[in-house]
Structure formats: C-alpha cells, structure tokens
Design a protein around this ligand. Sequence first.
Ligand SMILES: *Cc1c(COP(=O)(O)O)cnc(C)c1O
Length: 401
Amino acid sequence: MSRSSSTKEILDAIQKVVGPAKVDNPIFLHEPEFKDTAAWEYVKECIDSGWVSTAGKYVNQFEEELCKYTGADYAIAVTNGTVALRLALSIINVKPDEEVIIPPLTFVATANAVCHLNAIPHFVDIESNTFGLCPEALQGRLEKLAYKENGQVFNRDTGRRIAAILPVHLFGNPSKIIELKRIAFEWELPLVEDAAEALGSWSKESNKYIHCGLFGAVGILSFNGNKIITTGGGGALITNDKNLALKARHISTTAKIPHPWMYQHDQIGWNDRMPNINAALGVSQMQDFARRLERKNHLADSYYNQFSILKGIELLRARDDCISNKWLMTARFTANNQDHAKSQCLDLVQESNAIGIRLRPAWKLLTKLPMFLDNPKGPLPNAESEFSRLVNLPSSPQICK
Ligand SMILES: *Cc1c(COP(=O)(O)O)cnc(C)c1O
C-alpha cells in the first residue's frame, strides 16, 4: 500500500493554488466579490431614487436574469435561501406534522425550513460520489415503511404523511437527480430541490442539460454572502409551474390582491420578497456570472492539477453527465480506516487554519444535532463514513488572478 501524503505536502499543494498563506491576512472559503461590476452604480441608483425596498425595477430584472440563465419559466426573488425553502415547501402543501425526506449531510437550513412549517425532517442516507441523497437508500426506505392511500404516501411507523422529497445539490455538485426524480414520480411524491449552492450547475436529462432546481415541482437558490453570487442576503424559487409561481408570489407579498390603492388580502401571507437594493447587487452579479464561472473553472483545474500527485486524498468531481459550478472544491481522505481518515482530516483543518488558510470540514451530520436526535431516519452508513473525511478548500473566484 502506498503512503498517504502528509499534511505538509497537502498544504504545499494548496498554497501552489491559492498563494502563500498569511496568518494576518487569511484566505477564506468563499468571499463576495463586486470588483469590475456595476454593483456600486446600481445600488447608488436605488438610494438616489428612493427605491430601496420590496418593489423596484431591479427585483424584476434580477428575476428575469435568473430565468434567462437557468431556463426557468418563473423566478421569485426572496430574502434568503431558508425563506425560499420554507415557501417552496408551503406552496406544495407541506403541512404541520407531515414528513419531508432530506439527506443528513447538508447545511442546517434545509432541515430548519421543514421545521419552520412544523413539519418533520426524515433523514435518508447519501451516496458516496455526489454526497447527495442516495436513490437506492431512498427507494429502500420507501419500500420498507411507506404505503400509498388515495394518492398520498404515509409512513407506516409513524402514521404521518410523507409530503415531499427534498434532495440537496451539495457544494454545487449535482446529486443523482434523474434517479431521484424517477422514484419521486413512481411514488407520486413532490420533488423540491435545495439548489442553494448550485446556481450554474446542470444535469443531463434525455440529452439536454437542465439547470439544478428544475427537475421537480420547484427548486430554490441562495445568494448569501458565501454563495457563488451574492445579494448580501437573498434567495429565489425557480419553477416551470405557473400555478406554483403565482402562489409563491402571492403569499410572499402579504397575499395582497393587486389594486392601485386598496389593501385587500385574501389569506395570511408573509413578507418574503427581496428588497430592490439587494436585487441591484444580484443584477450586477448575474451580468458578471460567465466570467466568474470561468475563473472558478480555472481555479478548479489548478486544484485538480496539484492534487493529482497527492496520495490518500482526492477531489470531488462531477459525474460525466453533469456540470458543477465548482462552488466549493471538496477533498476527501480515502483511507479505508475511518478513524485514520478522520484524524488526517482534523490535522489538515487545524494546520491550515493555524497558518491562515480557512479550510472547513464538512458539516456535522444533522442527525447528531440536539434538535434532530429523535427524528425518523433510515440507516446512514454512507453519511456516517463520509462526513468526517471531507474538507472544503478556498474557492473564491478572485483567488484565480
Ligand atoms: C446556504 C444554504 C441554504 C440557506 O440559504 P440562506 O440564504 O443562508 O438562508 C440552504 N441550503 C443549503 C444547502 C445552503 O448551502
């Protein structure tokens, strides 16, 4: 068996990509960038005109840009990705005390949004190539405990309705969405995609690339400060379903019936729309998006190049029929012995942070967080094995000079 590369060798390889580490000027995982964009001009225009809040031309323009880029028929810009998820689940009628199937390896917001509707995250394992929800595990779990009645799916163990399947495209890498979509279709379960990290990521279906988030009923994006583009805080729903789009737009704007002066509302709504001042940033970021993706691809190539000579650690790659936006480059320690991989991973995280490279381990599994300990879950062998082996590498486009 060949020797694994040492922590020092890995750190050297990383610094060949990101430049020399400096303790007093650390390199972060993913930083916002507005250089060479019209951001300042557009934001200034919002301020000068007074159109800073939840109406204004940039909101519409940002939604149009998102539709044009992703191919979605409809986009609804909202205040953040968590809100977008909660809204997406609510328009497909997820109700309190119903279950939504999610993977355990994701940002906590995926589960939080389910809980914000008083629904219950039900955890199903990931698979080890994309780190997304595992189609076989999903099928196995449904066969084991689900049954259909009057077109609805119920969990035999808990008696609760299973209301949706919510896969996540992790780190910008498309999950096995075609297979997941097939299972959702067989069970007549709505599919909602958490594509918060996946603007610019595509998967092939019948020889055509479809943007992540557009395989099921509705998908969501996030524009938080660390995402591939940012509006400060922000998110969006994307969908090809007109009724869902109208519903989302309506309840996200206090369920107000359009009228020149009258305040008439026909249900309890939310105040979820993205302010114009944030959308202004979004428009400027979308105008720069092609250049940004190009630089991220260069950065990825240079990581692939440096890591090709390392042993015992490998970089995640999108499958052949997918395009990843390469939001966060992700490395995995490959040692068979899990404890060994875990300690290599911890060493690298500690050493890199000590010298000013802010590497981050993958999230702790959600099933280990105090609020989700008792949630329904299937066997999670892949998630248990993978999460302690993963590190994310600095991936800001501006690293690529
Ligand atoms: C960022 C993120 C969210 C939430 O987005 P916010 O805009 O931060 O609320 C949801 N899911 C995943 C996977 C994310 O990475």
